[in-house]
Design a protein around this ligand. Structure first.
Ligand code: ADP
Length: 167
């Protein structure tokens, strides 16, 4: 969804490390605090097919070893998938999440505050970089990823309290 008001939707996954560490509430709070609205959500244990559909270009970008490590990580526990909606939602969500490698993510970002794994550490151990959150990279990716994860009728339209009472 995108229109002339700049309101758009983006896909977010709270990865297995975020769920296993009990960080769902604290991470979600950051998105809600920034006025991003949850319009769809579900908990999913990813299988090989969904991993391939979600990370369809990861093997090409990083090679088969990183892809295999990511597949193992993403299938190691459930993820919480959600669609967030708001003004400039794609960029806003990426800003709150921070850069890919947690050691490079500044304090105040989700990855910077809750993780510190380096790329070198992950590569040496042949594991995925556990960085808590996936967030769509751009509007086209968001549209595609939302269609991978959610059927149209799983995305809900409703007014927030601010929309109902403060406008
Ligand atoms: P982002 O999630 O920030 O958009 P990318 O799309 O570039 O980052 O990478 C997808 C995911 O792959 C990252 O979030 C991270 O979990 C994992 N990853 C990226 N680079 C590596 C690497 N060198 N080794 C292991 N895992 C990696």
């Amino acid at each position: 969804m995108s229109n002339d008001t700049g309101v758009e939707q983006t896909l977010v996954l709270l990865k297995p490390d975020a769920v296993a560490r009990g960080l769902v509430g604290r991470i979600l709070m950051r998105f809600e605090d920034a006025l991003l609205k949850v319009v769809a959500s579900k908990m999913v244990w990813m299988d090989a097919d969904l991993t391939r559909r979600h990370y369809f270009d990861l093997e090409e970008r990083f090679g088969s070893a990183v892809y295999a490590a990511m597949a193992e990580f993403m299938q190691s526990g459930p993820v919480l998938a959600m669609v967030l909606e708001g003004v400039d939602a794609v960029a806003c969500t990426r800003k709150l999440v921070g850069p890919t490698y947690p050691d490079q993510a500044p304090p105040g970002t989700i990855r910077g505050d809750f993780a510190h794994m380096t790329q070198a550490y992950a590569n040496a151990r042949r594991i995925a970089v556990a960085n808590l959150v996936h967030a769509s990279g751009n509007a086209d990716d968001a549209k595609h990823e939302i269609s991978v994860w959610f059927a149209m009728d799983e995305i809900v339209e409703y007014p927030t309290a601010a929309e109902r009472f403060e406008r």
